[in-house]
Design a protein around this ligand. Sequence first.
Ligand SMILES: Cc1cc2nc3c(=O)[nH]c(=O)nc-3n(C[C@H](O)[C@H](O)[C@H](O)COP(=O)(O)OP(=O)(O)OC[C@H]3O[C@@H](n4cnc5c(N)ncnc54)[C@H](O)[C@@H]3O)c2cc1C
Length: 476
Amino acid sequence: MSLKPAGLDAVVVGAGPNGLSAAITLARAGLKVRVIEAHHQPGGGLSSRQWEGFTFDTGSAIHPLGYASPVWQQWPLHAFGLDWVRSPAPYAHLWWDGRALPLPQDLDAAAAVLGPDGARWRALFGPLVAQQGNLLEDTLRPLLRLPRHPLTLARFGVPALLPAPLTASLLFQTAEARALWAGLAAHVNLPMMTPGVGAATLMLGTAAHAGGWPFPRGGAQALADALAEYFRWLGGEIQLDTRVQSRADLPQARAVLVDSSPAVARQLLSRSTPGYDAWLSRFRYGLGAVKVDYALSGPVPWLDPAAAQAATLHIGGSLQQIEQAERGAAQGQLSQQPYLLAAQHTLFDLSRAPQGGHTFWVYAHAPADTGADYADTIEAALERLAPGFRARILHRHVTTPRQLETFSPVFGGGDVNGGRFDLTGLLARPVPTPTPYRTPDPQVYLCSSATPPGGGVHGMCGYHAAQAVLSDFSSQ
Ligand SMILES: Cc1cc2nc3c(=O)[nH]c(=O)nc-3n(C[C@H](O)[C@H](O)[C@H](O)COP(=O)(O)OP(=O)(O)OC[C@H]3O[C@@H](n4cnc5c(N)ncnc54)[C@H](O)[C@@H]3O)c2cc1C
């Protein structure tokens, strides 16, 4: 690709959802921006790859916060090919006896499914769904800023701060509602007693009943491509197949935004302070993921056909079973009945597989150095819930936690959230300031999910980092 001569306002290192979001925010403000990406395509954890006509999502599969993202909702991504797909139920919970409970998006319908706990579920999520815009405004940004909607945040804050199993036991009386809560909480790759885990539980639960848990037709790459094409349309440049290792690899620009790990950002600083370095050295990752992508000759033959009503599945049984499996994983004791997060896109999006074929995306939490053989445990668990699953496998691709980290340094130790979601990870990501995107080097900003609001595809880390750049430029 031929690049225009430099004279750039900003360079963004990394074309993940946050790098692209930062780049677009700056380009929309009229700045000249170039994105430099190590891989052959943009997207990072929001990308897909092909095998014999099957489309596998390399990282993220389901995008509740991508759909709800306050900035992406304002951008014309549909004009650049984005089309959201929804399943009848946002997610379903599976027990080890094969039972499946799909939870409807509509809150009244969900309350009816939950029986004695239905009224509690509706009372908890109803106000948050009604106020989702305000809630996201205050939570998808650094929490060390004054809230704009303190009442909504207070309603959110109490269950968000309590340990998830305690909240479940206090709020709900049925094993079903408690298990559903645990299934949401276990998206956070930490033992469920960890304070802070409840925040993601509430956000995801609210999103399910607000806009659902949709995914881009054709693959996660379609969302990354829509962002990239919009950026190019705004005049931006993307340079692919280029890994940045030092400042010398970068063209001249007034600002550098780093969509990578704090460690990579540190290498690109021309100056630092002992205090900043100390915070970076304390930056911690959660559990990694062992991920398996399957190409199948047919749909997954679930014991309970209700499992086919949702694109996202939480497999793991009761609250206690999920809590134990996640605690064991954190202690290096991997369960034969792990908590599995799975996605079955092709039941709702035929474009992702040749006729009759299906894909299945699944991962389990595991320590960073777990090997590919853990995929056999995952597969045995699936075979138990869907006898005949193995016989439908045409192809399987396993990714270990270390391979995820090699794919993008953001996923340190295979942590899909790019840093722990505990209280420190919520408040000091990676430093405890209201604008943690700034670094001691006035030219360099961190914009990955190692900054607030953290992991998940929503682009808000990049957006806020770009706002910091624009604010600094305007005062120069
Ligand atoms: C297995 C898995 C499953 C997930 N599931 C979901 C899900 O279902 N829903 C959801 O919302 N989120 C999910 N996530 C999380 C989500 O993908 C991440 O939170 C998100 O991608 C983070 O975006 P980012 O831009 O900060 O980093 P990344 O997506 O990692 O992007 C960083 C980009 O920068 C590039 N880069 C880094 N360093 C350099 C360098 N030195 N030079 C050049 N390029 C560089 C990388 O190649 C990469 O393309 C999942 C992640 C994984 C790994």
